[in-house]
Design a protein around this ligand. Structure first.
Ligand SMILES: C[S@@+](CC[C@H](N)C(=O)[O-])C[C@H]1O[C@@H](n2cnc3c(N)ncnc32)[C@H](O)[C@@H]1O
Length: 524
């Protein structure tokens, strides 16, 4: 396919079925600098940096960053004029001045200005022709410097061999239809038909059911661009590594630490892995074989940039840790190996050692806040009666933190949280989140995650601009409930009686404010 053909193809398909443009927490400069820091790469300060996003759609990822980091500069490139126009309208609507979205083809776009400190390319690489793939990695080298961090995500084998078979069947079936919406609904119908007909036991039925469960929660634009686009070319990690080398880039790591570390395997598997895959690239490739991996979020830097590969307990000493955990109440009558915690993913963690327990208890108590490792050390030391500068405690806490990160239970950050869990006398929801709630119905929270508060919380959030006290918030929301603009229920019954509404509003507002805080939308 030629470059010219491609340019119009990319533009047309995303103009016709625009991609839902979302924030991605694992792409933010703060997050990338946190991960790179573990490998000894000191990224440029996210508060004063230059960021480029290739294939930015309508800027769902970049706009909230631009709002939060007014002294940084953001550039987004996308070939779809409809999406770029949508993003430009949002930029003008909110009044951002530190971001530009450019409608251009990655293949032909030229940049003569200053280099970028961060390049993000999420959900693009696998869906573009070879020449564009090559250009993405070239740009990651040409437009950056020795401390820059680049993020590129892509579909991988062996996992995509299985998903690819479903894609091919959908492609075949959708050939019979011309309207894109119909092609999508027909593809969903085909998969449902196949799942219903497949035997309960056996690998084929399982494959189809898994794909159905992936697509069930994804919108039509995802299905269309993942399964019905002309291009979707997954590759093995070792092939991507060869392309990185060709572009004079170095593999830094994966955006999620737990994807890199061989957790959850038996000692025998780990030993075999170490023997057959002694170098990093082979190690990563065999991990993909072991996990049947379908997707990677790879971080890269210049090939000359020195890196520290041994991540040890001391590496996290200056970090902060957040884990969405709750301490389970002891099960009456049941024999337990130790106290248990439940992670947001549903994973149950049993701890036996007092220090481990101390760390998880603090994380559960403070969640979702990111707790400094130094605080974890101090609290854990106090709990077992040791001095907080006892090297054993610092080592043990660092190891527990790393293990939690490796298991995907905890996230590591270098920067302080930009949200508050405290409810101020005049609560304030981050201004860009308020703008999104008013204009999109959802918001990007202060961890750069999309959240969709229910109507009452949304209405409250719009009022929380830091100028209104509790009594005014209650009265204004109450008036909306009484007028019928906002629906409020008690025990399944709709409330509209002014006296009852006034009586219940303080509790409703308190609960809603706590929920906005827990959703990381409140700022100090
Ligand atoms: C699957 S979407 C991903 C959008 C966004 N990064 C995300 O993950 O939500 C791919 C985006 O890349 C853009 N794109 C595809 N080929 C392109 C090219 N050659 N030059 C610029 N943009 C391109 C499309 O217009 C589309 O917005």
């Amino acid at each position: 396919m030629s470059a010219v053909q491609h340019e119009s193809d990319a533009a047309n398909s995303y103009d016709a079925i625009p991609y839902e443009s979302n924030p991605f927490p694992f792409t933010t400069p703060e997050y990338l600098a946190s991960i790179a820091g573990l490998f000894g790469l000191e990224g440029v300060d996210p508060a004063r940096c230059r960021v480029l996003e290739l294939g930015c759609a309508s800027g769902g990822n970049l706009l909230p960053l631009a709002a939060n980091f007014p002294d940084s500069h953001f550039v987004g490139i996308d070939a779809s004029s409809a999406q770029v126009a949508d993003g430009a309208a949002a930029i003008a609507g909110y009044g951002l001045t530190n971001i530009e979205l450019v409608c251009a083809d990655i293949l032909t776009w030229r940049h003569d200005g200053e280099p970028f400190d961060y390049i993000i390319c999420h959900g693009v690489y696998s869906w573009v022709p070879d020449a564009v793939q090559t250009r993405i990695l070239e740009l990651c080298r040409e437009l950056t410097h020795a401390r820059s961090i680049c993020y590129v995500s892509y579909n991988t084998y062996p996992g995509w061999h299985l998903r690819g078979s479903v894609r091919e069947m959908m492609h075949y079936h959708a050939r019979g239809f011309t309207d894109d919406r119909e092609r999508i609904s027909q593809s969903r119908a085909l998969l449902k038909f196949l799942v219903e007909a497949a035997p309960d036991d056996g690998a084929y039925g399982q494959l189809l059911r898994e794909e159905l469960s992936v697509l069930k929660d994804r919108d039509d634009s995802y299905l269309f661009h993942e399964h019905l686009e002309v291009n979707n070319t997954p590759l093995y990690f070792y092939q991507f590594a060869e392309r990185m080398s060709a572009a004079r880039l170095r593999y830094l790591g994966e955006a999620s630490l737990n994807a890199m570390l061989p957790h959850g395997f038996s000692p025998t598997v780990r030993e075999t892995l170490a023997r057959i895959a002694p170098d990093l690239i082979r190690h990563e490739q065999y991990l993909d074989f072991l996990r049947n991996r379908t997707f990677r979020r790879t971080l890269m830097c210049h090939e000359e940039t020195p890196l520290e590969r041994d991540i040890v307990a001391a590496s996290v000493a200056d970090y902060r840790v957040s884990a969405i955990l709750r301490a389970d109440p002891p099960e009456e009558g049941a024999e337990q190996d130790g106290p248990t915690f439940t992670h947001a993913s549903g994973a149950r963690i049993t701890v036996q050692e007092p220090l481990e327990r101390g760390v998880l208890e603090v994380l559960a108590r403070e969640m979702p806040a990111a707790v400094p490792v130094a605080t974890l050390v101090a609290e854990a030391a106090a709990a077992i009666g040791l001095a907080e500068d006892d090297p054993f405690v610092a080592h043990k806490v660092g190891s527990v933190v790393l293990e939690c990160a490796a298991n995907g239970i905890a996230e590591l950050y270098r920067h302080p949280d930009r949200f508050t869990l405290e409810i101020a006398a005049r609560p304030c929801v981050a201004p860009f989140a308020r703008w999104q709630l008013a204009n999109r119905g959802w918001a990007t929270n202060q961890r750069h995650v999309r959240v969709e508060p229910p109507p009452l919380e949304r209405a409250l959030a719009l009022l929380c601009d830091g100028t209104r006290e509790r009594a005014e918030l209650e009265a204004t929301l109450g008036a909306k409930v009484v007028s019928g603009e906002l629906l409020m229920y008690l025990d399944g019954e709709r409330l509209q009686d002014p006296v009852k509404v006034a009586e219940l509003m303080p509790r409703g507002v308190e609960r809603a404010l706590r929920s906005l805080a827990a959703h990381m939308l409140l700022v100090a």
